[in-house]
Design a protein. Sequence first.
Lengths: 420, 359
Amino acid sequence: MNKKYLYEICSILIIFSAISIFGVQSDATNNSSKYVDECIKCHMENEMMPEHFSQTDVHWQKGLSCAGCHGGLSNEPDEEKSMSKSNGFVGVPNKKEIPEFCGKCHSDISKMQLYQPRITTDQVSQYYVSKHGKQLKVGDLNVATCTDCHTTHEILPASDTRSTVYPINVPNTCNACHGDSKLMEKYNMKANQVEEYSQSVHGIALLKNLDVGAPACNDCHGNHGAIPPGVESISHVCGSCHVNNMNYFNNSVMAQPFSDNGINSCEQCHDYHLIEKPNDEMLNVHESSTCTDCHSSSDEGYLSSEFMYNKIKDLSFLYDSTKVISEEVHIMGMNNIEIEYSLKKIKQSLIQSRTIIHTFDTAQVFAKADEGILASTNALILADNEIEEYFNRRLGYGITTFIFILLAAALYWKIKGLKS
Amino acid sequence: MKNKNITKIENWLDERFDLSPIRNLISHKKVPVHGHSIWYYMGGISLFLFMIQVFTGLLLLMYYIPGEDNAYESVQFIITKVDFGWLIRNLHSWAANLMVFFVFLHMFSVFFTNAFRKPRELTWVTGFVLLLLSMGFGFSGYLLPWNELAFFATKIGTDIVGVVPYFGDSLKIILRGGEDVTGATLSRFFGIHVAILPAIFTTLLAIHLIFVQRQGMSEPEEFEKLSEKEKKYIPFFPNFVLQDALLWIIVLIILLGLTVFFPWELGLKADALASAPIGIKPEWFFMFMFETLKLLPAHILFLEGELVGIFGFAVVGIIWMFIPFIKLSKKKELNSKIIRWVGLFSLIYIIVFTIIGYL
């Protein structure tokens, strides 16, 4: 009986030992079969890594090896085998092949959705309808392809501030080619777009104030389908942000004549790359005005421009005056809460009036500006009341103090009388 | 004719309620005259300011609406639309601060003239509790306009309570009416400010005044040592009362001047989602404690610095409250000398740390 138990215990021990040893061996086997990227290993050892290779590259970060793009076998130490065409090695693509080379994955939703479920996969098809893509197709190798904008081996997501396609870096990326006067000369293009853009209201907002909401080159020209906006599309490009201005203009009396005469709607007054911050002087009838480019003193447009300018200027002056007086009231320690509310109304009215100018309808501009003028009149009355109240309070305090001092003096004499 | 009418009313009252104790008190109560007599008026000024607080507080109650959505707007309405609303609100705010200031002054004057000694120990204790309640009024009232500064100052103030071990968190939740400073905190503070504190304060104030009337004015030790001939007194009524009234008029002129020339700002409405503005400060009478807690290191031995600070202030507060009962030396003179030095140190500490807090 005892022997039987002894055999059973020994058997269990042997089984456990076998399992343990097997387990250790299988772990060791796993370790030994750990993946080694032979491409990286060999290229590093021989100091043949691609120029500008960075481990921050988005593909590298996601675990894609060299073979992921260039083909071949990345786990094969034998150079002959790993870089053989029979094993799918394609090597370095020529410039014309690059869009398709990247498109192997980027045009394949089944591959791309593994990384980003909502990623678009139309970059290559968009590229081929762009000016760049069209030129490449006809064999022009000067044009930009994927790698010219995104780099080759240090590609970062557009959301990364270090990326060449991060909004703030986009103008410089485009400028690498579009700032090259020799290159641009071949296409009969100017090479000062980015220089002009950087002085524009958009450029200052993006490059100086680092406001990534401001448009960079790609926001107007498109990303992969980059194309210069035409006469018809210009208001759509600007109108994608400036919606009200676009709608007002398109419904205005000016829309048709502009279109008929081939005049670019927004660009005619605001320019394109060198878009200055709009100011009221643009509406003036002096030389600085954009209206006088087409209108002369004898026509109706000239008069409308003058009327609207004067109205807007009046409102703007009233806004500044109300602001100053509101501050004065506040410094006096009086209540300027309602004046501040009115000030917001005036500002709103001023902004809206300036926008409604795009209707070129004097009546509409006047109606909106009058709302602000009324608010300003009310605010100035309030401010006057507060200033009057300020002096009344002091006068009231003076009278009260005088009465109290009389009372105190009477008390003092009474106390003195009591003491004596 | 007038005197006849007053006598008639007096007799009518006398028949129904024996006025002789009050008549005796008025006719017999005397106030000593000496070099420190000025300090006798501090309590009266504090009382006058409290009366202003009650009066202006009741008027504010007519328009003030507690609640996250209405508090700020109702105060704004009071100061912009209600006739003399600005005056009432400013008077309430300024008188609150002056009241705490004069209560402090009253306490230290009593302390340094040694007026808390037997038999006035309980007058001292009730007086000290009244000071704490005044500070409580200040803390709870600060939040009621529901503006940005008050909101964040209350957040910090109630956070400090949470540091107390064991029951700190529960106490914080009770004070706030939840985990955070919200509309529930405002309702709670409103209740505390207009119901709970006034009830306790008025009761204690009555007790405090009864003690003062029963015991009469304290005489300084140097005055006590004088011969009866050398001692000078003035009758409480009408001399002292009239002098009190004269000072009240002067304080009222100053108070009105402050309200007219330095109106209390309402600031921006509290926004729980906004980041805390720069320069959040507690009210000036909490500044010395706030500054101490700020300057303490994060850890003192194995304890949190803040906890040590709170514990320290609690201990000092309790000792201060029971100072008339503390005997550090058998020699009476040495005992009062030590206590006086402690008081002087406390006063300097409060002044210096308050100034540092505003630098």
